[in-house]
Design a binder for this molecule. Structure first.
Ligand code: SAH
Ligand code: SF4
Ligand code: F3S
Length: 467
């Protein structure tokens, strides 16, 4: 197993990118009167990368459409974390191909984590020659050039090695209330099942001064909530001699006065007491932690390369619950890791019974080419894995539902972010501990933190009214 090597020297220069199109008329009008369609798969990292892609396209004059058939350029920002992500993208590509047959000027671009997979690039080259541009996670900033220089052939521009940390990146943010802020890129953990360290490269932390600069800019623009983003946020700084630790960074951002501060994702192994103290100390750091378990059996955790045992995880869990009253904890769990026995699986259920998570994302293990786990022989049948997932989901849902019931008739603070899809006269937003609430309230509550009386509790959301 490849372990992170924090001693190794990193090549980084923190480049400021100069976007030619901002000063150049040819660039800034290149997509004038054109429409783009942008589809995002995968995690928050991709969602935030799409905000960068949208900024580039709009700075070149394009406007967004939510209808593929109406667009002049389509961008699929892909995920590689599980096999079904791959199937979804190639399925969707069929629809793009159909459009291209009717409109030969229609431009199809594929980017994101799948584009970093050699096998996928080969598949696009041989079976999907109609795809115009393929670019990877390390060269998103080159999209304007790739578009301008594209000449009716397939352009593939993917770097296998991560490069600099770029500053001065433009974002067209989806929300004017809640913003993502990258604090690091990549991941050094190399969990044996996971493809992310290969598709996103080595961990590269942004300098704290650059992060603070972005945070202050967002506050001045009226943002109410910031979520610090990274695959492993609490390993922040370890790749640059811990200039600032994650706990220190969290405190710096909390002191900036942002109304709500969140972060995803924390790895249990990097979770320090200092972090817990800082979260407990600042009212604007939300009492919500996503703490991926992955498996309840220490034997499987070792095979996964997670670097903690079941007992260590539970000790951390209990410490957080004790020191941060009312802190909600959610998790990720994989079932069916190679040779996971009934006994191993039972230990996962035991941990769920102990932790009674607020909610959990659950997955069947999916072998990813190039990862160590993909080489492990596996004797467990698909049926057994599916049955385990079902049993796990039943238990997880039982606890989420029980937790949601405890909010009935209570008043909670909700940051209203948008109109609700649950009917007219309703808006929605999240509580401090990350429960989705649909609220009967006027539209002008959007962007405000309001007191809400919870009137109904469902499995995945709450209903309420203004008090
Ligand atoms: N950096 C985050 C997770 C990124 S991927 C973390 O460490 O928590 C999101 C989730 O996908 C993981 O937590 C894991 O539960 C799941 N996952 C990753 N690789 C997988 C695989 N090969 N098969 C099934 N699930 C996987
Ligand atoms: Fe993947 Fe997360 Fe492990 Fe990194 S820490 S290898 S992103 S599961
Ligand atoms: Fe998927 Fe890449 Fe995120 S593989 S989960 S989009 S980092």
């Amino acid at each position: 197993m490849k372990l992170p090597n924090y001693e190794e020297e990193r090549l980084r220069t923190d480049k400021e990118v100069e976007y030619v199109y901002l000063n150049d008329e040819e660039y800034s009008n290149f997509l004038k009167d054109k429409k783009y369609y942008l589809k995002t798969y995968g995690c928050q990292m991709n969602v935030h990368d799409s905000e960068e892609l949208a900024a580039h396209l709009e700075n070149m004059g394009a406007t967004r459409t939510e209808v593929l058939e109406d667009s002049d350029i389509a961008i699929l920002n892909t995920c590689a974390v599980r096999e079904n992500a791959h199937d979804k993208v190639f399925g969707y590509l069929g629809r793009c191909k159909h459009k291209k047959e009717q409109d030969k000027d229609f431009m199809i671009c594929i980017c994101g984590c799948m584009a970093q997979e050699e096998s996928v690039v080969d598949e696009i080259k041989t079976k999907h020659p109609y795809v115009d541009i393929v670019f990877g996670t390390h060269n998103i900033h080159e999209l304007p050039n790739l578009i301008v220089e594209h000449k009716n052939k397939q352009d593939i521009e993917v770097y296998s090695k991560e490069g600099d940390v770029y500053e001065n990146v433009p974002y067209k943010r989806d929300s004017k209330i809640s913003a993502w802020v990258n604090i690091m890129y990549g991941c050094d953990k190399f969990c044996t099942y996971c493809i992310v360290p290969y598709t996103r490269g080595k961990q590269r932390s942004r300098k704290s001064k650059d992060i603070m600069h972005e945070v202050e800019d967002l506050i001045s623009k009226g943002y109410k909530e910031i979520t610090l983003l990274g695959q492993n946020v609490n390993a922040y700084g370890k790749d640059m001699d811990c200039e600032v630790s994650f706990a220190e960074l969290l405190e710096m951002v909390a002191k900036s006065g942002i109304e709500r501060l969140r972060f995803v994702t924390s790895h249990p192994w990097d979770f320090t007491d200092e972090m817990i103290d800082v979260i407990a100390k600042y009212d604007n750091i939300m009492p919500y932690i996503h703490l991926p378990l992955q498996a309840g059996s220490s034997r499987i955790l070792k095979l996964m390369g997670r670097k903690y045992t079941k007992e260590e995880y539970l000790e951390l869990f209990n410490k957080i619950k004790e020191r941060i009253p009312g802190c909600a904890i959610t998790t990720d769990i994989i079932v069916g890791f190679p040779n996971e026995s009934d006994e191993d699986f039972k230990e996962t259920l035991d941990v769920v019974n102990t932790c009674k998570y607020d909610s959990a994302f659950t997955f069947i293990y999916s072998p990813r080419v190039g990862t160590p786990a993909a080489k492990m022989k596996d004797s467990i049948s698909k049926e057994v894995k599916e049955a385990r997932l079902q049993e796990l989901n039943k238990l997880v849902n039982k606890y989420s539902n029980e937790k949601n019931q405890t909010y009935l008739n209570k008043v909670v603070k909700v940051l209203v972010t948008e109109k609700s899809q649950k009917g007219e006269g309703k808006v929605c937003g999240y509580t401090e501990d990350m429960k989705l609430v649909n609220v009967e309230a006027p539209i002008d509550t959007i962007g405000k933190i309001v007191d809400v009386l919870i009137t109904d509790a469902k499995s995945f959301s709450l209903d309420g009214k203004l008090v």
